[in-house]
Ligand binder design. Structure first.
Ligand code: ZN
Length: 93
C-alpha cells in the first residue's frame, strides 16, 4: 500500500483562487500550478481523486482535464445499478 502522500506526490491539486482542480500527471504550463503552490493556494484532496475534488466544488481544469471538464466533472459511474433491475422475469419452473 501507499504511504500518506505529501503535497508533492499527490495527483490532484486544487487551486482555491480559481476553484479549478489540476491533474499533475497531465498538467500544462498554462495550468500555472507552480504559481498556485507559491502563493499558497494549493490544496489536496482525501482521497486523492477527481471525485473528491468535484465534491468540494472544484471544477476540472480544461487544460489538463479536458474530457472531465467537458463532462462537467461527472465520472459516469453508478449507471449500471438501475439497469440490473430490468432483467427480472418470472422463472418457468
Ligand atoms: Zn490544469
Amino acid at each position: 500500500m501507499h504511504s500518506v502522500p505529501s503535497r508533492s506526490t499527490q495527483r490532484f491539486l486544487g487551486d482555491t483562487g480559481s476553484r479549478l482542480v489540476h491533474d499533475l500527471l497531465n498538467e500544462t504550463p498554462e495550468c500555472g500550478t507552480l504559481e498556485v503552490l507559491r502563493q499558497g493556494r494549493a490544496v489536496g484532496f482525501i482521497p486523492d481523486s477527481l471525485r473528491a475534488a468535484v465534491a468540494e466544488k472544484f471544477r476540472p481544469c480544461p487544460r489538463c482535464l479536458p474530457e472531465e471538464a467537458a463532462a462537467g466533472g461527472q465520472e459516469g459511474e453508478a449507471a449500471g445499478a438501475a439497469a440490473a433491475v430490468e432483467d427480472h422475469r418470472p422463472a418457468r419452473a
